[in-house]
Design a protein. Structure first.
Length: 583
C-alpha cells in the first residue's frame, strides 16, 4: 500500500497517524467500529459530527473505532487494478474485519460513494446479501431525515443526534455479539432488538404499498412490537454532552482547517425552506463558560490560529456579545482569528461591531435569501434591509474589505423583479464602501436553487423545473454589469438530482444502484459529476425523476412521514398554507 502512495495525488489523505489520534489495540477490542465519511478526507475531517462520534466510541474501553474516507479516482484505480481491499487509516484493517460499519450521511450526492466504499471493501451492496458473517451497516446524519432511497443497502439508521443513542446500540450489540456471530440468533432478531431503541429505524422491518398513481398507499411495520413511527433523538443538555478535546490535526489542509466550536443546536427562527431547523430541533445552547473552557483546552492541544463558531444562526445565541468578548479576551495576545458563519445584520449594529473590529478578519457572510421583501415574507426569512445596510456600512468601518451574500432562486411566486432585486441589493452593498474608501467593495454572491426538502413547510411545494432554473440563471447572468459583483451559481443538474434523492421513496434504491454501476462517483464535485449517468439510470429502471419533484397533496402519505422530528405535520402544513395566502 505504501508504494501506491507515491503514485497518487495528496497521499496525506491515506496515511493517518495525525496529531492527537487515539492509540487503541484493535485485536483486543471486543467491538470494532468502522466510521465512514463517503467523501474525500479533507471534507470528512471538516465534519464535526464525525469527530464527536469518533471520540465517544474510542472513549469506550472495549471499542476500537477507526476511520475510512472515499478514495479519489486515482487511488480507486490503483486499488482495483491491484485487487486490494479498502483499509482503515488507523491500523490498516480491512472493512470486513469490523463488527459495525457506520456511515455519516451528510449529502444525497454522496450516495454512489457509499456503494463504492462497500464494493471496495468486498461487501455485498444489499443488506439482504449480508448475513451474520458480515458487519452490520448503519447510517446517520442529516440525510436520515429521509433515508428511504437507501433502505436496500443499510441494516438500520440512526435518526437524529447519536451521542446517547450510539452507546445504547453498542450495549445491545455487546450483549448479543457472540450469539449473533455464532448464528444462534438471526440478523432479523438482532435488528428487532435495535428497533426498540428510540431513534433507530430498521427499514427491513417495515413494508410499503403504492397506489396506481405511484403514491404511497400504506406504510406499516411487518411484525408486532416494531414502532409504527420512529421518534428522532436529541441531546437535551449540550453542556453535559461529549465534545472532542483531543482535536485531530491533519497533515494536509482540509476544507475547514480550524478549530470548530459548536455553541448551539437548533434554531429559534422559522424559515419555511430550512430543513436543518427540523433536523436539529429543539433549540438548545451551550453555556458561555463551557464554550470558553472548550476553546482554551482545544487550542492548547492543537495550536490552531482560527476558531469558527458553529450553529444554525450563531447571531441568535442569547449571549453572543458576551461570548465574543470572552473569546477576544482569551485570544487577543495569540493572534487567533475568529470566523463567523452567516449572521443577522442586527448582530453587528452597535456594540458588537466594536468587538468584531478587534478580531482578526476572516470574512463576513449574510444570507438575504431572496431579492425582495415580498419573497422573504413568503419563506418567513427574518431580514430587515435597512438594518442590513447599516450593518454593512459598519462592517466596512470595522475593516472588512468584501462580503459574501447567499440567495436562492426557484422560490414560490418568484418573478423577474425579484431576480432584479438580487442584483440591486448586491450593487448597493458594493457601493456602500465608498463612504469609507473611495472604491466600491467586491461582493461575492452565491445563488442556489431552492430544494423543497422533507420536514419543512415547503415539502408540499413543487421544485422548479430545469428549464425554469436555466432561465433564471441566464436572466441574472445577462443583467450583471458590475464587475465588482462576483456571482456563482450552483450546478442546476446537481440541484435537480439532490431534489429527487431527498424527496424520494424506496424505489430510488434501484436507481442509485444502477447509477453507481454506470460509474457515478463524487456527484457533489463538478469535475466528477456526469448527469447523464443518472439520467440513464432513471431510464433503465423506468422511473420518472420528475414524479418526486411535483407538488404533493396535503393528505398524501410522504416517504418520510414515519419519522417524528418533534415538529408536527399539522404545524408544517399550517405554515405551508401561509405561503399560498401571501401575495
Amino acid at each position: 500500500m505504501e508504494d501506491l502512495l507515491l503514485q497518487v495525488n495528496k497521499p496525506g489523505r491515506y496515511i493517518g497517524s495525525e496529531w492527537n489520534v487515539p492509540r487503541k489495540d484493535f485485536d483486543k477490542a471486543q467491538i470494532k467500529f468502522a466510521l465512514i465519511f463517503p467523501d474525500l478526507y479533507e471534507i470528512g475531517m471538516s465534519n464535526l459530527g464525525l469527530r464527536i462520534i469518533y471520540g465517544i466510541l474510542n472513549n469506550l474501553e472495549d471499542v476500537s473505532c477507526e476511520r475510512f474516507f472515499s478514495c479519489d479516482a486515482d487511488m480507486e484505480l490503483m486499488v482495483r487494478q491491484n485487487r486490494l481491499e479498502f483499509r482503515s487509516l488507523e491500523t490498516k484493517k480491512r472493512l470486513r474485519e469490523f463488527d459495525i460499519i457506520g456511515f455519516s450521511l451528510g449529502s444525497e450526492l454522496s450516495y454512489a460513494n457509499v456503494l463504492n466504499i462497500l464494493e471496495l471493501g468486498l461487501l455485498p451492496l444489499q443488506a439482504s446479501g449480508r448475513d451474520h458473517t458480515f458487519p452490520l451497516v448503519i447510517g446517520g446524519g442529516p440525510c436520515t431525515l429521509n433515508p428511504e432511497p437507501l433502505h436496500e443497502f443499510f441494516d438500520l439508521f440512526v435518526m437524529g443526534e447519536a451521542e446517547e443513542l450510539i452507546l445504547e446500540l453498542v450495549d445491545i450489540y455487546r450483549e448479543n455479539k457472540d450469539k449473533f456471530k455464532a448464528g444462534r440468533i438471526s440478523k432479523q432478531e438482532l435488528l428487532f432488538l435495535f428497533s426498540q431503541i428510540e431513534g433507530v429505524y430498521v427499514p427491513s422491518l417495515y413494508e410499503v404499498r403504492y397506489n396506481p398513481e405511484g403514491e404511497i398507499e400504506e406504510f406499516k411495520p411487518k411484525i408486532k412490537g416494531v414502532p409504527p413511527r420512529v421518534k428522532k433523538r436529541f441531546v437535551k443538555d449540550l453542556n453535559s454532552s461529549f465534545f472532542p478535546l483531543d482535536w485531530l490535526v491533519p497533515y494536509i489542509q482540509i476544507v475547514h482547517d480550524r478549530l470548530i466550536l459548536e455553541i448551539m443546536r437548533g434554531c429559534p427562527n422559522r424559515c419555511r425552506f430550512c430543513q436543518a431547523r427540523s433536523g436539529y430541533f429543539p433549540h438548545r445552547q451551550r453555556s458561555i463558560g463551557n464554550i470558553l473552557n472548550l476553546a482554551s483546552d482545544i487550542y492548547k492541544r492543537t495550536g490552531y490560529e482560527e476558531i469558527s463558531l458553529c450553529g444554525l444562526s450563531v447571531s441568535d445565541y442569547s449571549g453572543v456579545q458576551e461570548l465574543l468578548q470572552g473569546l477576544v479576551d482569551l485570544f487577543k495576545q495569540k493572534a487567533v482569528g475568529l470566523s463567523l458563519p452567516s449572521i443577522k445584520p442586527r448582530a453587528i449594529v452597535g456594540n458588537l461591531s466594536c468587538l468584531i473590529s478587534t478580531i482578526k478578519k476572516t470574512g463576513l457572510t449574510f444570507a438575504p435569501e431572496a431579492g425582495s421583501e415580498r419573497l422573504r415574507k413568503i419563506i418567513a426569512k427574518d431580514f430587515d434591509e435597512e438594518e442590513f445596510f447599516k450593518a454593512t456600512e459598519q462592517a466596512y468601518l470595522s475593516g472588512y474589505q468584501h462580503l459574501k451574500l447567499y440567495f436562492m432562486i426557484g422560490l414560490p411566486q418568484e418573478k423577474d423583479a425579484d431576480l432584479d432585486g438580487i442584483i440591486e441589493l448586491a450593487e448597493r452593498v458594493s457601493e456602500l464602501r465608498r463612504k469609507v474608501k473611495r472604491a466600491p467593495a467586491q461582493v461575492n454572491v452565491s445563488v442556489n436553487t431552492l430544494i423543497p426538502k422533507p420536514h419543512t413547510p415547503l415539502q408540499w411545494f413543487p421544485m422548479a423545473d430545469m428549464e425554469s432554473i436555466k432561465h433564471k440563471q441566464a436572466y441574472l447572468k445577462n443583467k450583471i454589469k458590475n464587475k465588482r459583483l462576483i456571482f456563482s451559481f450552483h450546478n442546476r443538474n446537481m440541484s435537480f438530482l439532490e431534489g429527487v434523492l431527498s424527496r424520494g421513496d424506496r424505489r430510488l434504491a434501484q436507481v442509485i444502484l444502477c447509477a453507481f454501476k454506470n460509474g457515478a462517483r463524487f456527484d457533489a464535485w463538478g469535475n466528477y459529476f456526469i448527469p447523464e449517468k443518472w439520467l440513464e439510470a432513471f431510464k433503465d429502471t423506468d422511473i420518472d425523476p420528475d414524479f418526486y419533484l411535483k407538488e404533493k397533496k396535503n393528505d398524501e402519505i410522504l416517504p418520510w412521514d414515519f419519522l417524528d422530528v418533534g415538529i408536527g405535520r399539522e404545524a408544517l402544513l399550517s405554515e405551508f398554507k401561509k405561503t399560498i395566502d401571501i401575495t
